[in-house]
Ligand binder design. Structure first.
Ligand code: ADP
Length: 194
């Protein structure tokens, strides 16, 4: 099993590009955001707990998302690996992921980072709000909180993974979706070749 992280700010295109990467490399794409939205729409207790935090643009407790990740690792055995999207999102989650992988005698193969500036985050999320109707995309205050949360809690992971020597970055704002996707897949090809 190979373990990859798809990293980047909200709206970087992680969800879109993850589908192509997962297909090409036979990876299971795990989006903690999607899993949480499914819990919310099913009305589960976990979903109810997560809803107010997500709609305010805050992170949900680490234990919730880590439980989801471990469950997915145990469930999907017929793939060549996993592509984590939206996890880890802070240093504590990254350290816990290290422990989860160590328990399985595995390590991270690479962090594929898609970078876009804050202004592009805002315009993309505003467009996505109209198409996908995600509640946390609709309010400007929530979007600003998500951007703040990203810089304060998630961005420090860049240094964390650079120090581990497994951080690979590409520009996620090079033109059309196809052009950006080609760049992400080329980056992935170069990591696979290592
Ligand atoms: P985006 O790609 O726009 O950042 P996601 O779909 O990844 O959005 O996540 C939506 C929301 O779900 C986040 O703003 C956060 O509240 C919650 N969430 C997702 N993943 C995590 C995580 N690993 N830890 C804590 N909260 C998370």
């Amino acid at each position: 099993m190979k373990y990859y992280i798809l990293f980047g700010p909200p709206g970087a295109g992680k969800g879109t590009h993850a589908v192509a990467i997962a297909k090409k490399y036979n990876l299971k794409h795990i989006s903690t955001g999607e899993l949480l939205r499914a819990e919310i729409s099913s009305g589960s207790e976990l979903g109810q707990q997560a809803q107010s935090l997500i709609s305010a643009g805050h992170l949900v407790p680490d234990s919730i998302v880590e439980g989801m990740i471990e469950h997915a690792f145990d469930t999907y055995t017929e793939v060549d690996g996993f592509l984590l999207d939206g996890f880890p999102r802070n240093i504590a989650q990254a350290e816990d992921l290290d422990k989860i992988l160590a328990k399985r005698a595995k390590q991270l193969k690479g962090v594929i980072s898609i970078m876009i500036p804050d202004e592009v985050v805002k315009t993309r999320i505003a467009k996505r709000a109209a198409v996908e109707g995600r509640a946390d995309d609709a309010s400007e205050e929530t979007i600003n909180n998500r951007i703040r949360t990203y810089h304060a809690q998630t961005e420090p992971l860049i240094e964390y993974y650079k120090e581990k020597g497994c951080y690979y970055e590409c520009d996620g704002n090079q033109g059309t979706i196809e052009v950006n996707q080609r760049a992400v897949l080329e980056l992935m090809d170069s990591i696979e070749a290592i």
